[in-house]
Design a protein around this ligand. Structure first.
Ligand SMILES: Nc1ncnc2c1ncn2[C@@H]1O[C@H](COP(=O)(O)OP(=O)(O)O)[C@@H](O)[C@H]1O
Ligand SMILES: O=c1ccn([C@@H]2O[C@H](COP(=O)(O)OP(=O)(O)O)[C@@H](O)[C@H]2O)c(=O)[nH]1
Ligand SMILES: [Mg+2]
Length: 227
């Protein structure tokens, strides 16, 4: 678990590694990864679409990648459906494989990753297999009442948007995802966003965080290099 300056998600890992070791700076044209976490219905996918559209990052939604895999009728598809219906998290190897492929195939190497890593198993795979050290982790703070209200009016025909499954997903978030957030918080990477506000207000705050990142200010770099 090194600092951001020695991790890379681009295809030419070795070259990038040497460059970063020598430069000691995160260059503004270096690949960036921002994680977006928050409870179900907190607005992650809504804001990630805006980040992709207006800020030029490639949006990778873990939930959408799983849904596409389930739709494809592959061997993993049936299992993904069962986990999703129950509001449970699929085994890490499945989502990691999908993310790895999507990242490799993308021309755009600046990624906003929506809804991953969601538990400690995901976190370990993100660090050790995907080799991602995020530049920032946005955490959407929203009340359970508001998240539930939003999901129940989302109307996307999702099998998991039913009250019983919503309750299970909220529990998974508190029990499994909050420890991941605490881990990144201890590294100074977390930016908490008040996601209970209207969509444009939330996005205005997010734009500020991305301005810092584009200026080469890696959130948490002070903490990780000061000692
Ligand atoms: N800030 C907001 N205020 C009100 N409704 C919102 C807001 N952000 C998202 N929504 C709506 O709430 C629902 C859930 O948002 P979504 O982005 O799918 O959340 P998540 O990806 O976190 O589950 C969607 O119908 C979306 O249009
Ligand atoms: O890394 C992930 C991301 C998602 N999911 C599954 O996909 C569902 C939907 O995830 P999504 O991010 O679409 O839900 P959201 O939080 O946006 O409502 C989750 O409840 C899990 O069952 C998973 O297992 N691992
Ligand atoms: Mg979503």
């Amino acid at each position: 678990m090194g600092s951001t300056s020695n991790k890379c998600v681009c295809d030419s890992n070795l070259i990038c590694f040497i460059y970063l070791q020598n430069s000691g700076e995160v260059s503004s044209n270096q690949s960036k990864v921002v994680y977006v976490l928050g409870g179900p219905g907190s607005g992650k996918s809504t804001q990630c679409s805006k980040i992709a559209k207006h800020l030029g990052f490639r949006h990778l939604s873990a939930g959408d990648l799983l849904e596409a895999e389930a739709e494809s009728g592959s061997n993993d598809g049936k299992m993904i459906r069962e986990y999703k219906k129950e509001g449970k998290l699929v085994p890490s190897e499945i989502i990691v494989k999908l993310l790895q492929k999507a990242m490799q195939e993308s021309q755009n190497k600046n990624f906003v990753i929506d809804g991953f890593p969601r538990n400690e198993e995901n976190l370990s795979a993100a660090e050790n297999i995907l080799k991602i050290e995020p530049n920032a982790v946005l955490v959407f703070d929203c009340s359970e009442e508001e998240m539930t209200r939003r999901i129940l009016s989302r109307n996307q025909g999702r099998v998991d948007d039913k009250i019983d499954t919503i309750k299970k997903r909220l529990n998974v978030y508190s029990e499994s995802t909050l420890p991941v957030i605490n881990y990144y918080s201890s590294k100074g990477k977390v930016r908490k966003i008040d996601a209970g506000r209207p969509i444009e207000e939330v996005f205005d705050e997010i734009k500020g965080v991305f301005s810092e990142l584009n200026a080469g200010q890696d959130l948490g770099r002070k903490e990780s290099t000061s000692n």
